[in-house]
Design a protein around this ligand. Structure first.
Ligand code: GLC
Length: 439
């Protein structure tokens, strides 16, 4: 089985995490790529550094909101592409302790989320648009990529790599146990050994033996890298990170073995705070997508983008609280669950854990509920997960013509033709044997 599989056991159990994109870009409030997209020179970006003063920053409230939503882990930006460090790095002055914020924001985040019992990860950008030794002119993404004054400028990339490796060493040495290190991202020839990935991963593993590393030392959200190959490279990572998409069939490697994966998804359309982006996904959609990820053997990392005051937007908090209400009664059908070796039902999805199959019904049936792929003889019991009340198998006259097919009598649960939980009504089937491959 995939050699790093054991290391990610907790990750494949927890299934649901919070992504946090926060930094200077919250002030222009046009997303985290604003410097690149608008080709903003360092000097024009400097006022955001000089005035970054998140007086409303309360990481304990962030952690409580994540926990109440049913999230089990979190990943926060320690440094994004703009090069601003939210931690007190000895290797730069371009850090939160030198802004009016005046504190190590990473340390405050880690402490607060650990108090709530969540596992903690750090996102670290391989790109750095502030560092003088990162390629500028002609780079595919740098804000100064088209500024001829940088044409022919000397960039000592070796010095940049020493900085990158040095900061990763700081994050892995000075902040306690880190559960996830989320590198972002590789592109063109800026990939793999261009980052001295082998040396970097060796160092990380020496300092944080059990840390999970994503696959973006090799790729970006567009690809997978060698994690899907028969012989993954040493820096292939522990999980794939499909971005703004849920893999149609889940992910397996060339040997047909399941590969851990985590779909990272924004709540609106931006990772970093974007004041004008009110395109928030409703809580019902978040629940459906979380269940879809789990039904395909994966995780959902759902993003929030705190504003320049350090507050998670009210709309994000409202949606998270609504998701949490559903998770309160139905979390058993997510945590520790994965794919079921069953056909996808027309009315929703199956998730599976050991000998329990969870029927996630998002579309109420006409008459009894058909259970594709499950024989009556295999079922020990059926319960409505919310209150564990008994659910009967149906022998109603209208099912008589479908020999060998199994149906649930859900009529007792329907009111006004709707099942009790219009978002997703979950029935728990205890079977005599298991139907879950190791995901
Ligand atoms: C992309 C974006 C980056 C974001 C990441 C999240 O790499 O460039 O801004 O942090 O996706 O997955």
């Amino acid at each position: 089985m995939y050699e790093n599989f054991k290391r990610s056991e907790w990750f494949r159990n927890d299934r649901f995490g919070m992504f946090i994109h926060w930094g200077l870009y919250a002030i222009p409030a046009r997303g985290e790529w604003v410097r690149s997209r608008e080709q903003i020179p360092d000097a024009a970006y400097q006022p955001f550094f000089d005035t970054f003063d998140p007086t409303g920053f309360d990481p304990a409230s962030w952690a409580r909101a994540a926990k109440a939503a049913g999230m089990k882990y979190a990943v926060m930006t320690a440094k994004h592409h703009d090069g601003f460090c939210l931690f007190d790095s000895a290797l730069t002055d371009y850090k939160s302790t030198n802004t009016p914020a005046g504190r190590d924001l990473v340390r405050a985040y880690l402490d607060a989320f650990r108090v709530e019992g969540l596992k903690v990860g750090l996102y670290y950008s391989l790109l750095d648009w502030h560092h003088p030794d990162y390629p500028h002119f002609g780079d595919r993404h740098h804000p100064m990529r088209a500024d001829v004054s940088f044409q022919g400028a000397e960039h000592r990339f070796d010095r940049y790599l020493a900085y990158l490796h040095g900061q990763v060493r700081e994050l892995c040495s000075d902040y306690g146990k880190i559960d996830i290190l989320w590198f972002d991202f590789s592109y063109d020839d800026m990939a793999g050994e261009r980052w001295q990935a082998d040396k970097l991963v060796r160092m990380v593993r020496e300092l944080q033996r059990d840390v999970l590393i994503d696959n973006r030392l090799e790729t970006s959200g567009e690809g997978f890298g060698s994690i899907l190959e028969s012989e993954p490279l040493p820096w292939s990572g522990d999980f794939a990170s499909p971005e703004q998409i849920i893999p149609p069939e889940g992910l397996v490697n060339r040997r047909g073995e399941p590969v851990p994966w985590e779909a990272c998804v924004t709540m609106n359309k931006n990772w970093g705070y974007c004041a004008g982006d009110q395109n928030f996904k409703p809580a019902s959609m978040i629940v459906h997508k979380l269940v879809e990820c789990v039904s395909k053997g994966g995780n959902l990392l759902l993003n929030v983008g705190p504003d320049a005051r350090g507050r998670i937007p009210d709309e994000s908090l409202r949606i998270l609280a609504e998701v949490g209400k559903w998770m309160q009664y139905n979390g058993e059908s997510v945590y520790g669950c994965g794919r079921a070796t069953l056909p996808k039902p027309e009315w929703g999805r199956y998730t599976c854990c050991g000998n329990r199959v969870y029927a996630h019904v998002t579309e109420p049936p006409i008459g009894p509920l058909h259970l594709p792929g499950i024989s009556r003889e295999a079922i020990r019991s059926v319960r409505w997960l919310r209150d564990k009340s008994e659910v009967w198998l149906s022998g109603d006259w209208m099912t008589h013509g479908y020999r060998g097919q199994t149906f649930l009598d859900v009529d007792a649960f329907t009111h006004d033709c709707m099942l009790p939980d219009p978002v997703d009504t979950v029935f728990e089937l205890e079977l005599l044997t298991g139907l879950c491959p190791e995901d």
